[in-house]
Design a protein around this ligand. Sequence first.
Ligand code: ADP
Ligand code: MG
Length: 713
Amino acid sequence: MALPKWRKGPGIYNESKNLPIYQHKATLQQAVKDNSFLVVTGETGSGKTTQLPQYLHQAGFWSNGKIGITQPRRVAAITVAQRVSQEMHCSLGREVGYQVRFDDCTTQDTVVKYMTDGCLLREILADPVLSQYSVVILDEAHERSLNTDILLGLLKQTLSSPDKASKGRCVPLKVVVMSATLETDKLSVFLGGCPVFTIPGRTFPVTSKFSCAIGPKDTESSVYVKEVVKVALDVHTSEMAGDILVFLTGQSEIEKACDMLYEKAESIDYRYDVQDHKVEGLLILPLYGSMPTDQQKQIFQPPPPGIRKCVVATNIAATSLTINGIKYIVDSGFVKQLNHNSRVGMDILEVVPISKSEALQRAGRAGRTSAGKCFRIYSPAFWEKCMPEYTVPEIQRTSLTAVILTLKCLGVHDVIRFPYLDRPEERFILEALKQLYQCDAIDRRGKVTRLGELMVEFPLPPGLTRALLQAASLGCEDLLLPVAAMLSVENIFIRPEKQKEADKKHRQLGVQAGSCNDFTMLLSVFEKCKASDAPSAWCKDNYIHWRALKSAFSVETQLREILLRLQKKRDFPMEKFDGNKSELFRRCLCTGYFTNVARRYGVLHNGWAWIHEHSIKSPKCILHISPHRSLFDQEAQLDWVIFHDLLVTSRIYIRTVCPIRYDWVKDLLPKLHEVDVYELSSVAREEVTDEEVAKWVTKEAAKRQTDVFKKLE
Ligand code: ADP
Ligand code: MG
């Protein structure tokens, strides 16, 4: 069958020969042969991610082990692997494959493996010298994701002690660190002064224009979503041919903006409105992390003649993925970022202004193949007052609990003096140690416990893993496995235009399940759908997201496999419980989530939250979140709940909520401040004796505990 005319372009191979990296193929192949560490840098779109692994494959590196390439983002790992498998003329999962959390698309034949940095970190746990790999490429190092930073430190440590590095390997491992411009000298110094290879780029000038629409006080998403839509349409009607890339922050905004664009683009009278008469229509395409991959493919295809493509994307299009043909950028000035919020003591996904360096990177996407234009919807005052110079590395702004546990399991006892490219604040490390202690993953000496060794095997947040292991030790893992799976996929509840009807259905589901909380609701939906003869129809009837639920089924199977493997070990903990099933379930949750506890209260001030309207416990009521001491400052015996996470908009919402009895957490709560961070700081640094440990239960800590009990009982 003949392809539609607009799809016929030059073959992929010719295209890749035009990429800037192509001329340096032989030099790069040689440089990797000659050095244990190499930094490669070049403008985004120069071909680093898609080409270098192929060059190394052609140079024969695969004969000594796999070529592994890490990406901070899962979509990037999947999309690029797809592309490279096409370029190498093999089906995805054979020679070229990918692995991301809960989705392994590799086989024994796979020699070029794209994966998330989190996946490689897990592999290091099982095999510290990465004996299966000949080369490891840490891509997108400039993104400074937490896992990539930790990998950098670990590989530096391993390779700098030759005994360790060669143990269990035939040939030495090669490490390539790839980064879009920025900070390459720092990387090279960190890696012992390794060579830096710069791919000379060609970029074209991009003119950037500010607007007055968004000032320092306009942070409401409805405002900037409307504004980017308006600007994108202006560009479409008044600018010459060339595709548009709009930067927004997340899925729901992107979908909203696309809907608005569809509606408005339809009403454009092309005879009068579009000045450049070569452009007639607008092809609107969303791009965000959890989008189905077949839809993502469309993004890369050139639009039909006379049609302008408008991609509305998250930050993923800033460096991870390069879309050809972009000439106009519309920059909202915001990004969704995971930040540690000290007010509530948890990590929260927040919408924040981007940094100035990020804004320059976004604008640069318009100048890859010809001169371009960037329309910033924010004012110069916003640029000056709200946007920081650089983005703070993730390691300095998010919870370190999971990575510290990984480091500890890898035998890195001194987590404070670990070689970090940028050192996190000591209090963040101590906070992580405290949380690990609270969920019994480490003991007071900072040593990993048996439970900690089990916990590290699960790619889940520590609290959830703790609850799951508690359930398993009581023989009721069937209750928690589906819940853990459901919390690991995107939201399964659809709330379309027919919101009321959907809400009604969801409430009915809750009532049928006799469920009194959001966790049992998740369990019930999972079980009902699984038992149904026509699961996809069942989902449609009940306004449930079938694709998300299908991935939850697969995640559940994978978690079950991990658990079965661990249960076969001799010392898997077992306990007994006398009580009813509903209580059993909620008490298991308490073991993991007692740090996320809240109770109903009447007044609104700092640290107050609302139950999210998607929760079946809604109508909204106000709760006091008390992961911290403030819990103990109030009167006791009110309605208590635990929750999975927080959403911060103009208000703080707690999501996925479960009522509990105070009695169930009473004995756990003192743990919240049983160890002092100062004690942990000495644990973190050195080995300590039992006597010293005994001293830590200071009089003061003991008194505090007694006070707490007095107040609460
Ligand atoms: P870098 O890593 O240096 O930023 P890449 O290797 O990602 O560069 O991109 C090189 C080229 O490959 C770009 O022109 C990009 O558009 C193209 N490309 C990357 N992924 C895909 C894909 N999935 N489909 C089509 N083209 C792609
Ligand atoms: Mg890249």
